[in-house]
Design a protein around this ligand. Structure first.
Ligand code: PMP
Length: 402
């Protein structure tokens, strides 16, 4: 039996989405810029899709949606575009210490180009410290960018409060909503965020397509210049099949999110309880309650996450140590270090992320094999404490009547 618990890294495309996309590859393939009838039809489907994505976040104007090639591009457009547009007002940007690598690297790029970037620290649960945020704001601050939730430890950020602070100070607020968009609704009429990064694959649509939402009146400079598509905000022929898939995925997600999130939360809680009860010296990373319904992030004393992943792989279980985009580096997770964990603690981490197709028996299989894997690795590790080794010996005796 195969177990896939790495939905944070990649989600399958819903078959209903695939069916909706198929005609747009070789039947309805026209370019919306063309003046003929098939071109008009392409323009119409582009408008319909834009409206569906706007509805997904309860945005009143479809024109507030700019289609992009995905979250990385949307983050670039939001940060670099807002920085360039507002450089006369100020040159200071605030992000959190635990942003996704795309935001972190864009910020470094901006620093190399004359902007100042401050990084708000987080508490032990990975929650940004609002007091510190207020403290960091200066007359030069033009943008705050904080993700809705940590894609690693699953902690939900106080987005409404951050949005209020930004509004009070007349500073733009951008949020990367990727980690939460499949499980937590966004309503821009309740929380007036200025810029939101959205992605198709994170709601079971195709990869390589996404959007940036811009609140009415918010302007950023384009970063991809060319034929002037997307009202000049993002040049390049529109990826119509991808956009159709993205909008179909959003339509399905909007209808099914509530039930799906409840289902995932139940499975997540079973997994968390099972792991913490059956494995000594295991801990949940991130906030115990204010966390994504599909995220269970653990750490285990005395072992390395990578060894766990490889042992789980042998059992046909797919999991991760943290963010997929940073998985090839040997550095410990910047998120866990920012939360105050020691390097060796950060290395012993394991992320299970659940999704639409996760079955109860996948959770049960994981709970069946994980304690033995952890025990085997600990028995091999020179770091394991004598106390824990004695505990395992006692368990063996009880199990085998020795
Ligand atoms: N932001 C977050 C929070 C992510 O998890 C990811 C990766 N899925 C990205 C941005 C970048 O997404 P993409 O690689 O699709 O551009």
């Amino acid at each position: 039996m195969k177990v896939y618990l790495d939905y944070q890294a990649a989600k399958p495309v819903d078959t209903r989405v695939v069916d909706a996309m198929v005609p747009y590859f070789n039947d309805k393939f026209a370019n919306p810029a063309s003046l003929h009838k098939p071109g008009d039809n392409a323009t119409e489907i582009l408008q319909d899709s834009r409206k569906i994505i706007a509805d997904f976040i309860n945005a009143p104007q479809p024109s507030s949606i700019v289609f992009t090639s995905g979250a990385t591009e949307s983050n670039n457009l939001a940060l670099i575009g807002a920085a360039l547009k507002n450089e006369r007002k100020g040159n200071h940007i605030i992000i959190s210490e635990i942003e996704h690598i795309s935001i972190r690297n864009i910020s470094k790029y901006l620093e190399r180009n004359g902007f100042k970037v401050s990084r708000i620290p987080v508490d032990q649960y990975g929650m940004v410290k609002l007091e510190k945020l207020k403290h960091l704001i200066t007359d030069e601050t033009i943008l705050i960018s904080i993700s809705t939730a940590s894609n690693e430890v699953g902690t939900l950020q106080p987005i409404k409060e951050i949005s209020d602070i930004a509004l009070d100070h007349q500073i733009l607020f951008h949020t990367d909503a990727l980690a939460s968009e499949s499980v937590i609704p966004i309503d821009v009429q309740k929380t007036p965020i200025d810029l939101i990064t959205l992605s198709s694959n994170d709601i079971y649509g195709p990869k390589g397509v996404g959007a940036l939402y811009l609140k009415k009146g918010v302007r950023v400079n384009p970063i991809i210049i060319g034929g002037g598509q997307e009202k000049g905000m993002r040049s390049g022929s529109e990826n119509i099949s991808g956009i159709v898939g993205f909008s179909k995925a959003a339509e399905i997600m909007k209808n099914e999110m509530e039930d799906e999130a409840q289902y995932l939360e139940r499975l997540r809680d079973r997994l968390i309880k099972g792991v913490l009860e059956s494995i000594p010296n295991s801990y949940l990373n991130g906030h115990p309650t204010k966390r994504l319904p599909n995220n269970a992030h653990f750490r285990f004393d005395y072992i390395e996450g990578e060894s766990l992943i490889l042992s789980l792989k042998d059992q046909n279980i797919a999991a991760a140590t943290g963010s997929a985009c940073s998985s090839k580096t040997l550095e410990p997770s910047h998120t866990l270090i920012a939360m105050g964990l020691l390097h060796e603690e950060a290395h012993g981490s394991l992320l299970f992320s659940l999704g639409r197709y996760t079955k109860e028996n996948e959770i049960e299989k994981t709970l069946e094999v994980l304690p033995d894997i952890v025990k085997r690795l600990r028995l091999l590790s020179p770091l394991t404490s004598q106390e824990l080794l004695n505990y395992y010996k006692e368990i063996e005796k009880t199990n085998y009547g020795g």
